[in-house]
Design a binder for this molecule. Structure first.
Ligand SMILES: *[C@@H]1O[C@H](CO)[C@@H](O)[C@H](O)[C@H]1NC(C)=O
Ligand SMILES: *[C@@H]1O[C@H](CO)[C@@H](O)[C@H](O)[C@H]1NC(C)=O
Length: 426
């Protein structure tokens, strides 16, 4: 009986790769929550799923329940010269154990480690929608993050270095490839766009005495985000280029529209000027992406950005924080405003029981599973879907960490094993 069940499950799972269809949309744009069931977690990309969907980027506001998302592991900080891949894990290998992985390569992205000194994130033309996102596994709740970066170049091609929270609190450095003498900074409270939060450096209206002309693509520059409960400071090569005080962000709803909840550190290259991007975004990004004649496409076959020497210094939690442990951040239950006051430090585990689990106790998940259901579980965000950054596949090459189809196959194999083990246990 057990054996029969096992082989049935395994064979049904082999077809999962083909079964990956359009995921259910969720999130801020359509204000939709994921339904209860096997795909309860709303990912950073606005898709419902399980497994990795319930880890970094899982938005508790749009997931089936607040505890569908896994607790967020707390960063211990550190420095990474990115001299090897030792610290970097693929999303399909990562179940939330941040003690074993410092950095996670999100699905569908492509990167290499060059000259034992930096990582290069790539965006190839195989898919004009493709972007690559590279993220810290764990979260800081205030802290200082520094990174040396060479931005991408080319109209419509955008590089990002950001702090990104599950409820879309966000602090950005961004570079649009049409102007390599500029750096842009921005911040979001709960993902709501506000154009007044946007800032260019240099700014003619606010000249900075320390300004010297620069090229963000051909030169390494050190960018820093220093984020405290009271202010955000953005620095370039040690020069303060912008400061935003929390006190100046109170709005009529009585809330500070200030990033104030745990965030991961992310680096990305993404197609702001994709053919189907909204006009406003495409204009901001410098226009349509040239997938034919741009020198990077001609020479390399892709656009790229490089990162080295990242350091993360986490700060102490704000005064008044409820501290029940030191492993993970969770939300007060039920959370209402998703503000700093509702963040709790806990010892709850951030590790998924399996690639198809979610934050609910496994028994709840497993009791729902049928063979048919298993075909419909989405486990890796970014394989399909929509959102500001659309991930997709690119050809596997030697030295390339991750490729779409390969990743999907690995997951299928792993799911089969997990489901089989599970079948034996019930
Ligand atoms: C944007 O921010 C400004 C300054 O804080 C505020 O006055 C304005 O109401 C905000 N707009 C929206 C749409 O939130
Ligand atoms: C949510 O914010 C409102 C202010 O808009 C405040 O009155 C209320 O106490 C907050 N709720 C919680 C649970 O912090």
């Amino acid at each position: 009986m057990q054996l029969l069940q096992l082989s049935l499950l395994t064979s049904s799972l082999i077809s999962l790769t083909n079964a990956v269809g359009p995921a259910k949309n969720c999130g801020l744009i359509n204000k939709m929550k994921c339904p209860q069931g096997l795909n309860p977690c709303c990912s950073q990309f606005g898709e419902c799923g399980a497994g990795a969907f319930c880890l970094g980027g899982c938005d508790p506001r749009y997931s089936a329940t607040q505890d569908s998302c896994m607790p967020a592991p707390i960063s211990r900080g550190g420095s990474w010269p990115f001299s090897s891949r030792a610290q970097i894990t693929d999303a399909h290998e990562y179940l939330g154990d941040a003690s074993k992985a410092d950095w996670v390569m999100m699905e569908g992205g492509e990167m290499t480690v060059d000259d034992k000194s930096s990582v290069t994130l790539k965006m190839g033309k195989e898919k004009a929608q493709t972007g690559t996102v590279f993220s810290s596994a764990s979260y800081i709740w205030y802290g200082k993050v520094k990174a040396s970066i060479k931005s991408s170049r080319g109209a419509g091609v955008v590089t990002g270095f950001m702090l990104f929270g599950n409820t879309r609190d966000e602090i950005d450095f961004e570079w649009t490839g049409n102007d390599l003498g500029k750096v842009q900074t921005n911040f979001y409270f709960q993902g709501v766009e506000n154009h007044t939060n946007f800032f260019h450096y240099p700014t003619p209206e606010k000249p900075n005495p320390a300004y010297k002309p620069f090229n963000t693509f051909s030169e390494w520059h050190e960018y820093e985000i220093d984020w405290t409960p009271d202010s955000i400071k953005w620095k370039m090569n040690g020069v303060l280029i912008r400061e935003k005080k929390k006190a100046d962000t109170m709005q009529s709803d009585g809330l500070y529209h200030y990033p104030q909840t745990p965030c991961r550190v992310q680096f990305s290259i993404w197609p702001g000027g994709a053919a189907n991007a909204p006009t406003g975004q495409r204009d901001w990004a410098g226009g349509n992406i040239d997938w034919v004649n741009h020198p990077d496409i001609k020479e390399m076959g892709y656009y790229y950005t490089s990162i080295k020497d990242v350091s993360i210094t986490p700060y102490e939690p704000p005064k008044g924080t409820k501290i029940d442990g030191k492993k993970s951040y969770i939300w007060m239950n039920p959370a209402k405003n998703w503000t700093q006051e509702e963040v709790v430090m806990s010892d709850a585990s951030s590790i998924l029981a399996s690639p198809i689990s979610n934050g609910q106790p496994s028994s709840k998940v497993w009791s729902l599973v049928s063979e048919e259901d298993l075909k419909g579980i989405e486990t890796l965000p970014g394989l399909v879907g929509t959102g500001r950054i659309v991930l997709g596949g690119s050809k596997g090459k030697d030295g390339v960490i991750s490729a779409y189809s390969g990743a999907a196959r690995v997951v299928v194999a792993r799911l089969a094993v997990v489901a089989a083990v599970f079948a034996v246990f019930i």
